[in-house]
Design a protein around this ligand. Sequence first.
Ligand code: SF4
Ligand code: SF4
Ligand code: FES
Length: 284
Amino acid sequence: MADVTMTVWRGDPSGGAFTDYVMPAVEGEVVLDVLHRIQAGPAPDLACRWNCKAGKCGSCSAEINGRPALMCMTRVDELPVGEPIVVAPMRTFPIIRDLVTDVSFNYTMARQVPPLAPRAPDAPDGTYRMMQIDVERGQEFRKCIECFMCQDVCHVIRDHEENKTQYAGPRMFIRFMELESHPLDTNDRRELLRQKMGLGMCNITKCCTEVCPEHIKITDNAIIPLKERVVDSAYDPVAWLGRKILRRTKRSAAEADADAPAKTHPTSADGPTPTPTAGIAASS
Ligand code: SF4
Ligand code: SF4
Ligand code: FES
């Protein structure tokens, strides 16, 4: 077989450049295999992150030929023959070294998602009654392997670093939808999504859905339904009147926000504890 040329970004936060490595081609390899042979040969100090080599841990995300992909699931023989394979770190996150990026932004946002707050059991023995269709709705979102490629490709933060303080991103939106559609949940996260999590900044380009290795329909099944719920809560007068007349079953946005792990378990990285309800209008 012919040689394979791998053009790999090497560098650190101060800067870097692409370096070519020409390696003998080996049948059946994925991009991560070639990187491992580069580490074992010409560049033992090449940094890349990986764990399972089976597409399940989400560690080996990178940009291969300009597109976010898992290095362990990208076969070399499916890339254009005779052309260099360009491997770069995910652009949206700060560089640590070579192909390794600091994805802690995602954990910071995850800690701001109010958790499940289950309602009281339906029976004295502590059991619940749920429709199977409601149980199944959230299963799709639990397939997420947290590769953060959807976050990487989302232009709201990819091209605008300044948006990161006010934008949860597609991975977190599916977490919100998983909880919002949970048949037992009593938290209301809609105002939080509208005012602090930047749901309105997503303009449904569907780039996140296109790169998801778990084929989660992020936009169709999470973002669009969330947007509909937020609009209902904020602008639909009939829904507003209904909530006034009918008994409220959901906990308010302020109550839900106060439950978020970042509020209940702050770390030293959080600095002074912010006022949990600031900027969040209580739902009626
Ligand atoms: S659909 Fe929304 S969340 Fe997904 S990439 Fe586009 S702007 Fe970002
Ligand atoms: S939703 Fe898909 S692309 Fe986004 S982090 Fe989860 S598995 Fe990765
Ligand atoms: S090494 Fe686990 S997903 Fe690639």
